[in-house]
Design a binder for this molecule. Sequence first.
Ligand code: ATP
Length: 366
Amino acid sequence: MTENFKSFSDVPVTRRQIENCSFSNWYPFFKDYTPKAEIIKPIPEKFVQYLEQDGISLPTEQHTSSFYTGPIEKNEENEYSDWEEDEEDLNVQDEDSSDEEDKESQTPKLDPVIDFPEFHNRLKSVLEKFGAVTPKLNWSAPQDATWILPNNSMKCTEVNELYLILNASNYIMHDLQYAFDDCSDSNDTKEKPTYELILRKWFDINPALEFRVFVKENQVVGVSQRDLNYYDYLKPLGDTFKDLIDEFVEDTVIPKFPDDSFVLDIYIPRPFDKIFLIDINPFAKKTDPLMFSWNELMTKEKNEEDDYELRLVLKNNTGRFACKEHSENQVPDDVVQASLDPNSIRELAEKWKELLAMQDKEETSH
Ligand SMILES: Nc1ncnc2c1ncn2[C@@H]1O[C@H](COP(=O)(O)OP(=O)(O)OP(=O)(O)O)[C@@H](O)[C@H]1O
């Protein structure tokens, strides 16, 4: 083990390292290995404000979404609600805050067509070119907000879907507000990053064939399955995957990527002869270690055969790792179904209210 990595708390991550993982900084090096993408950089300041504002206001041009029924309000935690109860709750606040809210509600919401029309048209033209896209900002994709789209995925085929999913995501807010929070040199400069929007052409990915590769000081120290479900066909393919990963890291990534420790997200589709690069993350706590722990990765040394572990969910440890990521996505099936149809969402709201009223009655009678 080298002196640089004694224990997990000793791992410094710098602003530069985070910036190196920003999509537009690595994409030009690995274009041949990355699914098609369009980078919009810089994005207009007004669009950043639009993402940060309370609530979602969709463009004033004709709404084409079949599921959009009106404004959706965001609360302080960037969560959404259009229940009346919440509005009533808000009224029981001290005068100052209600004044502030009055002011806020009087502030006109930004509107893409009026406030950033060129950017809005650019989004539409990329959608036309690619057919379907999945968005991300510099580092994060809105994986926590798929519940807001009818297909319950990050696939966007129209511009309103882009606005909805980006606005609903806390992961997107993280990129906007906390990107450099854990950096050892984050206090040196308060300078904000140059924000970018990435529109990746959609393709159907088999999650079983996505892997996360941990590289420490130019050595692969571990590879984890990314989707933590059990797939019986993965184990016999282990050696094939490792050969491809070794070659890709040594011959393609290390010669071009500026840091010597990093984490790759890769995809190895059939017939298992090529690697696609999905993302590069910092070798740091903010990157999910998946089936490893960070302590384990930090202290990992190659074994005698100069080998590392490809960790898979096995039949006998299915329960240990099987969990749904991005738990925000776990909404009741009724809600997902209702989001497909405006009438159903109204019915669901009514039912919900009735249930709450019944519950209230029961509680007061006890
Ligand atoms: N072009 C694409 N088409 C369809 N799905 C995609 C595409 N690119 C990425 N994905 C899916 O989106 C997921 C998230 O993408 P990505 O890793 O870039 O986001 P992220 O926010 O950096 O995630 P994490 O925080 O887990 O690293 C990928 O695991 C993959 O399943």
